[in-house]
Design a protein around this ligand. Structure first.
Ligand SMILES: [Fe+2]
Length: 198
């Protein structure tokens, strides 16, 4: 499976501006104590109802938001190489501020770099192998990105083997069968479960 896939996003400027305004409006940047900052359900709803360009783009990609976080690298908070909490495999990252000359990097289990991409475009990011962020010499702070995960993991962009895709679908089903309406068959066909915001 690939480490990342660069997504075409014609309205990136508008989407990123809107996400930045959300952070300012909610005074979020004054409350940052960690690199990873998960949004509350109410905050997720604000974005769902207030960022039309973003939701239209996700609709076009056929993904439904499950969780949103923003990441902040400042003089006081940073990140180190890590593996995301299972079972998430594929997230979508959107650059918002000062992401030029900063890089998503992936390593193998021996610590050898296997991939790197500058964080200037939205990507599908593989998060179940060691990954992190490296800053170049000309980076600026604070560096802000938004990170989204979905009811239907967009791992198909990462070119998984049939087995890897099947496994991800099964995990998805296990995780969300509590929502009631999705069957394993529906899940394997890629049907989404989306009850929170309707
Ligand atoms: Fe991560």
């Amino acid at each position: 499976m690939k480490s990342y896939f660069i997504l075409d996003c014609p309205n990136l400027k508008q989407i990123a501006n809107n996400l930045y305004e959300f952070l300012i409006r909610n005074n979020s940047l004054n409350k940052v104590n960690f690199f990873w900052n998960p949004l509350t359900r109410d905050e997720i709803k604000q974005i769902y109802h207030g960022n039309t360009a973003l939701i239209k783009w996700f609709d076009d990609l056929n993904v439904r938001i499950r969780d949103i976080a923003f990441t902040c690298w400042s003089d006081t908070v940073a990140t180190a190489p890590h593996i995301d909490e299972p079972p998430v495999i594929a997230k979508i990252n959107i650059p918002v501020l000062n992401t030029k000359d900063t890089y998503n990097v992936w390593w193998d289990n021996d610590g050898n770099e296997i991939d790197r991409v500058e964080c200037i475009t939205p990507i599908v990011l593989r998060s179940d192998i060691p990954h992190g962020v490296i800053l170049g010499q000309t980076h600026k702070k604070p560096r802000l990105q938004f990170s989204f995960c979905f009811y239907d993991e967009p791992i198909s962009y990462l070119g998984p083997t049939k087995e890897e895709e099947q496994q991800a679908r099964k995990t998805f089903y296990e995780r969300f069968k509590k929502y009631g309406s999705v069957t394993l068959e529906e899940s394997l066909r890629g049907k989404t479960v989306w009850s929170d915001f309707n």
